[in-house]
Design a protein around this ligand. Structure first.
Ligand code: 5GP
Length: 105
């Protein structure tokens, strides 16, 4: 079954899309924990960071480059934090890799 993020990527359910490129989408979190709370999501549905393979290295680095671009575009590039939860014990709820981008600006 497709993850909630795949459904957003496929426009089956709505989301506030901040940025999109061929392999990544950036959306606003539906339940923000900071003034700016974005989710950087690879379009490839990988359940957890433990499931990445060597071929995903460019995709993983593209997630950081997307963070750099989006924070620059939003003017928060000097004040933000990135977080990636792995498995339920550390708070992962959606099993489709995503990086939280949080800023109080
Ligand atoms: P996790 O706990 O897995 O690291 O983070 C999942 C995040 O996805 C949560 O912060 C949650 O608020 C967000 N989220 C869950 N469902 C949706 C949704 O349908 N739309 C959006 N925009 N965010 C969602």
């Amino acid at each position: 079954m497709a993850s909630i993020f795949t459904k957003i990527i496929q426009r089956e359910i709505p989301a506030d899309i901040v940025y999109e490129q061929d392999n990544i989408i950036v959306i606003r979190d539906i339940n923000p924990q900071a003034k700016t709370h974005l989710l950087i999501i690879p379009k490839k549905e990988i359940p957890t960071l433990n499931d990445i393979v060597d071929d995903d290295s460019e995709l993983m680095s593209d997630m950081f480059l997307a963070a750099k671009k989006v924070t620059k575009d939003l003017g928060i590039d000097e004040w933000y934090s990135l977080r990636l939860n792995v498995w339920e014990k550390w708070g992962q709820e959606v099993f489709h890799i995503h990086m939280h981008l949080l800023s109080d600006i």
